[in-house]
Design a protein around this ligand. Structure first.
Ligand code: ADP
Ligand code: MG
Length: 350
């Protein structure tokens, strides 16, 4: 049995089923993200784990103990929310020590633990400040320190970075992960940001309309999406329509090129099917080892700095691909005829 076990969890608000047959096991010390669009039920699952919301049915176990009917304050859970929920009238140190004081810990013990937490979040000098004297990123660090000061068994983070500026968001990702690893604390991190989930997680749960569509490592989720929703929601995806010529051998017609994918494809001969591929599996020009070459012209060119994203028009369809900037080799201008190389094995059939 996993450290945190969620079994057949369901939640309805009135007639609306918001969470449906949600199952998940999280190992001790694991960092798992819930990734999905707004309204898919991420917060609702988190609130049920925390004990702020009662499941319609199902079971939640932490370290072997069924906590489903147990009050939030007796579950040993630390939580951080999107909006800074610090107490405005308390100092940073008082905020961090709040839970310990409620738990009846002595003054000296609280002081030592608060100092340790301030050190952990890299703000050893700021214990005497008030929340309004801190930046957004500092406030979220303090919220994190407050959540873990009480030594919870499980840490729940509900979009803790969403309200911050892009640069701070990226640096706080690494910091949260460092602290989480140092403490070895089992963590659920909720986000609608795929890059955040991919870069931070041991495993990701991709949620869609209250259902866990796929659970896997970032590598698995990105490279082997289980559903079309996962494929489209996680990462950039090129979709190409093709005509299925021979399902048994995987022969398809893409524009005016006939391509053999050498695997059995779903559907019947003559069907219109959808092929998907990631931008980085495409190369501009003829690439050695690629078995498919398509001809087209540059429809758009976005110079992004280290990477150049090029949109190529191929027989009325479009694919995007990325090339690295090379200072001595300017990217092709819009309208330039180009060839695009790809490998049949990289094509996902949707
Ligand atoms: P997410 O966190 O993924 O954005 P939520 O879990 O907050 O999604 O919400 C999932 C769905 O449940 C939404 O349609 C939301 O409107 C609904 N919902 C959430 N909380 C309540 C509530 N207390 N009462 C009624 N509907 C709710
Ligand atoms: Mg939410």
């Amino acid at each position: 049995m996993a450290f945190l076990d969620i079994h057949h969890l369901e939640k309805s608000f009135g007639a609306q089923r918001v969470v449906r047959d949600f199952n998940l096991g999280i190992e001790k010390g694991e960092f798992v993200s819930f990734l999905g669009p707004s309204g898919c039920g991420k917060t609702t699952v988190l609130r049920m784990v925390a004990g702020f919301e009662t499941p319609s049915s199902g079971e939640i176990r932490i370290d072997g103990r069924d906590v489903t009917g147990i009050a939030a304050n007796r579950r040993k859970i630390g939580m951080v929310f999107q909006a800074y929920a610090l107490f405005p009238n308390l100092t940073v140190a008082q905020n961090i020590g709040f839970g310990l004081r409620i738990a009846g810990e002595g003054k000296a013990g609280i002081r030592a633990r608060v100092a340790e937490m301030l050190e952990l979040i890299g703000l050893p000098q700021l214990g005497g400040r008030y929340p309004f004297q801190l930046s957004g990123g500092q406030q979220q660090r303090v919220a994190l320190a407050r959540a873990i000061a009480v030594r919870p068994q499980v840490l729940l983070l509900d979009e803790p970075l969403s309200a911050l500026d892009a640069k701070i968001r990226v640096s706080l990702r690494d910091e949260i992960r460092r602290i989480q690893r140092d403490l070895g604390i089992t963590t659920i991190f909720v986000t609608h940001d795929q890059e955040e989930a991919l870069s931070m997680s041991d495993r990701i749960v991709v949620m869609h309309q209250g259902v866990a569509d796929q659970v896997g490592t970032p590598f698995e989720i990105y490279n082997r999406p289980a559903t079309r929703f996962v494929a489209e929601f996680v990462g950039t995806l090129n979709l190409l329509d093709a005509d299925l010529m021979e399902a048994a051998s995987g022969r398809v017609r893409l524009g005016d090129v006939s391509v053999a994918l050498n695997r059995v494809l779903p559907g019947r001969n003559g069907d219109r099917i959808s092929l998907a591929l990631r931008p980085e599996t495409l190369a501009l020009g003829r690439r050695e080892g690629s078995d498919i070459i398509l001809s087209g012209h540059v429809a758009e060119m976005n110079f992004l700095g280290s990477v150049i994203r090029i949109r190529v028009s191929i027989a009325g369809q479009f694919v995007s691909l990325d090339t690295f900037n090379q200072p001595d080799c300017p990217p092709p201008a819009v309208g330039t005829p180009v060839e695009v190389s790809l490998s049949g094995r990289d094509l996902l059939v949707m």
